[in-house]
Design a protein around this ligand. Structure first.
Ligand code: AMP
Length: 437
């Protein structure tokens, strides 16, 4: 019998990596709480029509990538219900917002979620069929101020703070406005017109999109199509004065709190309900799948799935990609390791080394304890694999109270008095720079 393996595109998350996942999620909870977000947990599967209406039939997600099945009918008279594993969480959150009448008090709802999503994409580095998103939505009736550009800027500033606090360096924020529901038809018409001439020279997907959903042509990643895409009309030329003023207000608020960004007139979300601000955070460490966070405003979504008008803005962070980025950064590797490996020098030192480890652990440090039976070389090898530093503990050290500590990353070896040891081991070297905030 062949051995069973995790299904293609899915994977097991194991220690010590799970520690990093927990750190990411704890940081998200801590940062989002400061902005007064509350957690929402929606079901992992929903009625298929929610995604057809809430994400859009024409999107790749809905047309190609969903895990959908017919649920067994409960009674013969009943029709089987079509169910789908959620490919994203915004539609589920907005459904819950409508179902529980969360907007009835006229207040803004600020909700975040952390959980797995499912898309039948071709697996590669940074792209999985089960992947995790950390996302948030700010939604409410127009009277709650949900349409204000200040909400957009606040959400973007929160994301910048989150990435910085996590120690992600060199992220890039790209921003655009796709205009209002009334700007869009004029732009789409212009795009359709331009594509009549150009689409035949583009990839087959673009030829189809030119007919079905011309906005999605701008999302095309095929290198040969890029020069053509460059020549197509830009949405900025079709924004009315109100949309222009709102976009300028978002940019001004970001400038005021020194969050850096770049405007990319090609950044669109090809869904009908997406309006005004769209954005993406990307990272150079990620290679082809370089998008870390995607988000935007969806002022028409609630109405599209049967609710009353409830403008909103939200984002989804790809947690798997966040972890990949952190792993590529040296601090993260050190974070996953123990703070120190205590190496007793000789078996006679074992009991005293256990006492030293207990003392350090009680101070809150993560300590690995070696064995006095190991040769020094083996202690160094083990320590290097498990911890950031090694503490050598022999008879001399016990008598003098002065210990030898070596930092594996820098190679530096120093003598540290026992009473200074906790302080010394707690210092993690250079703190990650606070990015551009
Ligand atoms: P989207 O919902 O498509 O806007 O995606 C938001 C974020 O989720 C992206 O920027 C990625 O970081 C992440 N993401 C989307 N699809 C996948 C996938 N198949 N595997 C891993 N991460 C993904």
């Amino acid at each position: 019998m062949s051995t069973l393996k995790a299904v293609r595109g899915t994977r097991d998350l194991l220690p010590p990596e799970t520690e990093l996942w927990n750190r990411v999620e704890e940081t998200a909870r801590r940062v989002f709480a400061r902005y007064h977000f509350g957690e929402i947990r929606t079901p992992i599967f929903e009625d298929t029509s929610l995604f057809a209406r809430g994400v859009g039939e024409e999107t790749d997600i809905v047309s190609k990538e969903m895990y959908t099945w017919e649920d067994r009918a409960r009674a013969q008279s009943e029709k089987a219900q079509s169910l789908t594993l959620r490919p994203e969480n915004t539609a589920g959150v907005v459904r819950a917002y409508i179902e529980h009448k969360l907007g009835d008090k006229g207040l803004l709802q600020k909700l975040f979620y952390i959980g797995p999503q499912f898309r039948r994409e071709r697996p590669q580095k940074g792209r999985y069929r089960q992947f995790w998103q950390i996302g948030a939505e700010v939604i409410g009736p127009p009277s709650s101020g949900s349409e204000s550009p200040l909400r957009d800027a606040e959400v973007l500033e929160m994301l910048a703070s989150f990435l910085n606090e996590l120690g992600i360096r060199d992220w890039k924020l790209t921003l655009n406005s796709v205009g209002s529901a009334s700007d869009r038809p004029r732009y789409i018409e212009a795009l359709r017109e331009a594509l009549k001439e150009n689409a035949p020279g583009m990839c087959v997907d673009c030829q189809r999109r030119a007919e079905t959903n011309p906005l999605r042509v701008l999302d095309c990643k095929v290198p040969e199509d890029q020069p053509i895409i460059e020549t197509l009309p830009k949405i900025a030329e079709y924004l009315d004065d109100d949309s222009k003023a709102r976009f300028a207000a978002v940019c001004a608020a970001l400038d005021a709190c020194a969050v850096s960004y770049e405007v990319n007139p090609r950044l669109v979300r090809g869904l009908d309900y997406y309006t005004r601000t769209t954005f993406e955070f990307s990272h150079g460490e990620l290679g082809a799948q370089n998008a870390l966070v995607g988000g935007g405003r969806y002022d028409g979504l609630s109405e599209a799935i049967g609710g009353s008008k409830a403008p909103g803005i939200g984002f989804a962070i790809g947690e798997d990609r966040l972890i990949l980025t952190l792993q590529a950064q040296a601090e993260a590797v050190a974070e996953g390791s123990a703070d120190a490996y205590v190496a007793p020098l000789g078996e006679a030192m074992n009991a005293a080394a256990l006492e030293l480890a207990r003392y350090l652990r009680q101070a809150g440090l993560r300590i690995e304890l070696g064995d006095g039976g190991f040769r020094l070389k083996k202690s160094f090898e083990m320590g290097n694999k498990l911890a950031r530093k090694i503490v050598l503990f022999g008879e001399d050290e016990q008598k003098s109270g002065i210990l030898t500590v070596k930092d594996f990353a820098t190679g530096e070896q120093v003598k540290v008095a026992r009473e200074e040891l906790v302080h010394h081991l707690r210092a993690k070297g250079d703190a990650p720079p606070q990015g551009r905030l």
